[in-house]
Design a protein around this ligand. Structure first.
Ligand SMILES: *Cc1c(COP(=O)(O)O)cnc(C)c1O
Length: 370
């Protein structure tokens, strides 16, 4: 019998903080404080302060966070927004939701991040913004992206949904562009017990605009300045997130320890490329993604040994049926088109045991030797 190692284990994390969580939930219920109010304020302030950011606006989920940030910057029909080909559809979907056009750019083969040279090729007179994604928790090398944005008068919206507390040049991601978007989907490094998200910015106007747009275009109860949407962070999720925020730094430390063991244990496996961390960056390992030529065979082998893996993402966005209307070919994005066949995400979560990590490393060696 071999062990069974899940790809994520949300239950193990809950059990490790059960008492605190149950108590908080009880408290919110007993106060019937469900929307807005002190629990939301408390979380927003704690999260902003942890990132060294001026403002945090809690919203319904990470996709809405991107949508709301774009709307707050005045982006809409007639505009273009540049998005990297390898991300979750949320990143590009949020652009389309504003009425703007998604323009895809290829990625760098070392970091899987948006390639600044490709950004340059995609800029037109209609381009309004770039959305770099701190993919897998590895911070984007922001300086070249910010330089391009400055030169061409573009907004930069960081998609930091996978990168809570990641750093670039000593600064937390989420504070490097005009606005940043976080997701607290349960499986993210900081996860709620349902959907939740936030916009983080140092720009007061963007913060106010986002807060109003997310809440029917109002601040006071019936004082609607414009039409918005309903996308609020609810108090139960906020209270849960505040509890978890106190554990986040140590959970990330654990993820980094696991990543270090993988790096060490896999460096001699032929054909296996371990993650390349951005220079001057701090990776928070939402995902630990290796490149392997024989990805499919390795994946099947690991599955047969009880090891669950993931692929993030199996199809680059422009190749999805949802973007057929853009008429792209694989050779429009040679790097992304190739890498989608090579990437494999190994389990990485704070509650993993030494034995589990060693077992996974050993099995990958086994695979490489047969
Ligand atoms: C999870 C995620 C989102 C979307 O967040 P939701 O809360 O699921 O809406 C956006 N971008 C990236 C890179 C993500 O990983």
């Amino acid at each position: 019998m071999h062990p069974s190692i899940p790809f994520v284990d949300l239950k193990a994390q809950y059990l490790s903080i059960k008492q605190e969580i149950d108590q908080t939930i009880q408290q919110v219920l007993s106060e019937s404080a469900f929307i807005g109010g002190k629990y939301v304020n408390e979380f927003e302030q704690a999260f902003a302060s942890m990132l060294d950011a001026s403002h945090c606006v809690g919203v319904g989920n990470g996709t809405d966070a991107i949508f709301i940030a774009l709307k707050s910057l005045g982006i809409g029909p007639g505009d273009e927004v540049i998005v990297q080909v390898n991300s979750i559809i949320a990143t590009s979907e949020a652009v389309t939701m504003t009425g703007a056009k998604v323009v895809f750019a290829d990625i760098r083969a070392d970091s899987f991040h948006i390639d600044p040279n490709q950004i340059l090729k995609k800029i037109s007179s209609k381009t309004k913004a770039i959305i770099p994604v701190h993919l897998y928790g590895n911070p984007v090398e922001m300086d070249p992206v910010l330089d391009i944005a400055r030169k061409h008068h573009l907004f930069v919206i960081e998609d930091a949904a996978q990168a809570h507390l990641a750093e670039y040049k000593g600064r937390k991601v989420g504070t490097l562009g005009d606005a940043a978007c976080f997701s607290f989907y349960p499986g993210k490094n900081l996860g709620a017990y349902g959907d939740a998200g936030a916009i983080v910015t140092n720009n007061e106007q963007i913060a106010t605009q986002s807060r109003m747009f997310a809440n029917h275009g109002r601040i006071a109860k019936y004082d609607h300045e414009f039409e918005g949407i309903n996308s609020r962070l609810d108090s139960l999720q906020a209270a849960i997130l505040t509890v978890k925020l106190n554990h986040l730094a140590s959970w990330i430390q654990q993820r980094q320890n696991i990543a270090q063991k993988y790096d060490q244990g896999l460096k001699d496996v032929s054909g296996c490329i371990t993650p390349v961390i951005t220079k001057d960056g701090k990776h928070v390992y939402h995902l630990y993604v290796v490149r392997m030529n024989e990805r499919e065979r390795l994946r099947q082998f690991l599955t047969s040994k009880g090891i669950n893996t993931g692929i993030h993402y199996p199809t680059i966005l422009p190749a999805l049926p949802a973007y057929r209307y853009l008429n792209h070919q694989a050779h429009d994005f040679p790097v992304g088109s190739q890498l989608q066949h090579e990437i494999l995400s190994l389990p990485v979560y704070p509650e993993m045991t030494e034995e589990q990590i060693e077992y996974i490393i050993n099995q990958i060696h086994q695979f490489a030797h047969v």
